[in-house]
Design a protein around this ligand. Structure first.
Ligand SMILES: [Zn+2]
Length: 247
């Protein structure tokens, strides 16, 4: 097990879509952050002296080799609206991010959420993923089929985790080293499988900042939702308290 060696808690922000949120009452509406709001979050963090980094760029800080005012910046699922709306904002500020792509849905949609009534949204295709990487951002994996790993056999999990890495490396031409568990679901033994498959880090949906000594294959994140207010974001990111679970 590889653990982090950061001396202070490091926040890793979790975003999904960056677009005008759908109508009130739409399932998972909270996962869409308006571009103007995203821009405010990022500019505000920049004004506080913080730099947003992809999981790749965050590694030296997680390993305790570097200290500084940094936070991890992650997007789940690979939505086109992130390329369209978030990339220009990040470029302005010199921030980088990791997007976790679903290998069998390159150029597809968030079809796995359709049965819950979540509106269909377009996911980046191969050219868009390569442009994402070329702009300095990181290509991470979110399995082949947005799999619920808790329901996978050992062989299925190995395929979803290791197979998606290979597929996304083929698409992007980059090493894929960052993994994210779909729905935040996984079995304890699957953390070792993620490491064996060649990833150096994996994020969960467990809430909170990365505490010193956390397992690199089970990194917690700070959820940022449509309605997250500055004040509560500030508390989530920067209070000196050790644990803020449930916020
Ligand atoms: Zn997801």
């Amino acid at each position: 097990m590889t653990t982090t060696r950061n001396s202070r808690p490091i926040p890793i922000l979790m975003y999904h879509q960056c677009a005008t949120p759908p109508a009130k009452g739409t399932p998972f509406r909270s996962l869409t952050v308006d571009p103007a709001v995203f821009a405010r979050h990022m500019r505000w963090l920049k004004a506080m002296g913080y730099r947003g980094l992809s999981m790749r760029d965050l590694q030296p800080y997680l390993r305790g080799e570097k200290q500084g005012k940094v936070f991890g910046l992650t997007f789940d699922d690979g939505f086109v609206n992130v390329a369209e709306n978030a990339v220009p904002i990040m470029a302005d500020l010199g921030f980088t991010a990791t997007n976790y792509f679903v290998a069998a849905q390159v150029g597809g949609t968030n079809a796995w959420d359709a049965e819950k009534g979540v509106p269909t949204a377009q996911l980046m295709d191969g050219a868009q993923i390569r442009a994402w990487a070329k702009a300095g951002h990181e290509v991470g994996s979110h399995t082949i089929a947005h799999a619920n790993l808790k329901e996978c056999s050992a062989d299925q999990a190995r395929e979803q985790i290791g197979g998606s890495r290979k597929m996304l490396q083929d698409v992007s031409g980059e090493s894929v080293d960052a993994f994210c568990y779909p729905y935040g679901y996984y079995l304890p033994e699957q953390c070792a499988l993620v490491a064996e498959s060649g990833y150096t880090n994996a994020t969960t949906t467990r809430r909170g900042r990365v505490q010193p000594g956390q397992d690199m294959m089970e990194l917690s994140r700070v959820h940022v939702l449509r309605s997250t207010h500055f004040a509560s974001m500030m508390i989530k990111l920067f209070t000196p308290r050790e644990e803020l679970r449930g916020r």
